[in-house]
Ligand binder design. Sequence first.
Ligand SMILES: [Zn+2]
Ligand SMILES: [Zn+2]
Length: 275
Amino acid sequence: VTFYGVRGSCPCPSPSTRRYGGNTPCVTVQAAGESPIILDLGTGVRELGRLASLATMDAPFRATALVSHVHLDHIQGLPFFSPLSRPGTMLDIYGPPDGGRSLAEVLDGIVGPPYFPVHLADLPASVRCTDALDTVLAVGNARVVVAPIPHTGPTVGYRIEWHGVTVAYVTDHQAPLDHDSVDERVLELADGADLLVHDAQYTSEEFALRSTWGHGTPHYAVRVAALAGAKRLALFHHDPAHDDDDLDRLLAEAQDGAPAGLEVISAREGLCVRL
Ligand SMILES: [Zn+2]
Ligand SMILES: [Zn+2]
């Protein structure tokens, strides 16, 4: 599992965010002999595209992208994903419809004039969009569970199972006011996961001011991971206002509050977790 973008809401490159990175969500899951699975198409996907283009050279690029929801921070990297400019590339994108529009209609709404010079369909690559809200997918030899999770619009989490290894991706998850109960579907997704990637956007003080903005805290991420029996937790979707030192501090607090048997790490660009 490799992190290319770990930041929520808005890209925030600056010297003070250099260690964790300033790109918005993009994570890949790469299993031996399988095409990559890309979790979200935030601005981090641009670097993934650069590396993929170098690695595959003239071979056609094939991948499946699983989009959590269509808030801009999760899709805005798509038109800058360089494999799309190569004939032979095939990208399958799954994600929830929103506002009565299919995923294809929403993506075509931002990748096209006046927001972008050309439409997705006019790029050399073959891009296929499929609505997915509450279903189970077969992606190569992986079983992928898609389930709706609480946020501020139609949003899903993903559970990827491959030969006994499980990764759960639950970004943009609205924590309840009591920071205690956990949504049943979230627990299903994260159940016994080898790695849970989870929203950790706010400090407790920030959450008190933004308790309905669709996110949670590192403290709540630990709560979810512990209840689900996850083995490892990656704090994710960092607030763009938090600099590297803030994120170090939040990680240390989360590690202090974690039960024995739960390893807590903080996602940063370039981090590769081998499972
Ligand atoms: Zn987000
Ligand atoms: Zn969101």
